[in-house]
Design a protein around this ligand. Sequence first.
Ligand code: ADP
Ligand code: SF4
Ligand code: MG
Length: 333
Amino acid sequence: MTGDVRPVLKVDQLKAYYQVYLYGMDREVRAVDDVSLSIGRGEIYGVAGESSSGKTSLIKAIAGAIKPPLRIVSGDVRFDFGDREQNLYAMSPDEVASIRWKHLSYIMQGSMNVLNPVRRIRHSFVDFAYRHMKVGKAEFIQRVGEHMQRLKLDPSLLNAYPHELSGGMRQRVTIALATILTPDFIIADEPTTALDVIVQRDVLTMIREIREEMGSAFLFVTHDMAVHAAIADRIAIVYAGRIVEEAPTRQLYAKPLHPYTKHLIASLPRIGDTKERPFLEGRPPNLAKPPEGCRFHPRCPLRMDICSKQVPPMVAVEPQRRVACFAVTGGAV
Ligand SMILES: Nc1ncnc2c1ncn2[C@@H]1O[C@H](COP(=O)(O)OP(=O)(O)O)[C@@H](O)[C@H]1O
Ligand code: SF4
Ligand SMILES: [Mg+2]
């Protein structure tokens, strides 16, 4: 859990850029720019931030799913699944394959690209997990059925075709698929974004139960601050490729420190409140040419001279709380 002395994941000063050719010039889109974080065993760690802030790119870099134009510029990603620490970027493709699904698994936004659309759902389980489980076919199918029941899903769903299920049920089946090998660490990219609020609640309950039953840790990415409030133990707020604040969920919502976090939380709809929500001027920066200094400065109501000249460092302001803002931590030079 939070505060575990041996985290399951440590990311250290990670930079991952897209190499693109734009307007006749080579450019770098700095989608992940100097990100450090660590996630404890069984912890649900939320990553929040608006669209195009670099959340999916961060996930790709952490999962080792790097292909051009994305490249790792510098930094480390280390996993510790209980026996030893492994540096993802120093591992051979075979070693990476050996941790995938068994220790490290994914839940994606669109379930259709994981489930084979023209075959019954049980075939997707076979394709995905059979060779990892080292048991006979009959026992395998029995175990899959037990796993479904554990997750409160009817095992007869295994005989259905994906298109016969509702979007919410398909997403829950996908989560069953992602967790069949009881992985230590699960990356979820906007897993509830396409679902209505009622179904979202079921999916979040399912994720919490998986954490309780299997002790899996989650890296849970969504732009939706209401979903984070319901599921995350700790949250990192990302703005333009950088973490600007990190805190336990309760503290973050009770007392946001960074001006951008304050804006995100103030924008949350509240039941019965008809007041107009605050509007943040300007747009998120172009990551091929991000602003100097604090990337939030062109939109920040508290900006000072130093903000456009220096990058505010991440400073620990309380145990488990970090923030990168000169207005909060003082304009150290
Ligand atoms: N294949 C790509 N080539 C070039 N730029 C990309 C590519 N994929 C994403 N980007 C850029 O990287 C930045 C971060 O994108 P992304 O990680 O998808 O953000 P998020 O998941 O927070 O919406 C954006 O500026 C986006 O345009
Ligand atoms: S460092 Fe400056 S510009 Fe950036 S969030 Fe803080 S006050 Fe605003
Ligand atoms: Mg994304």
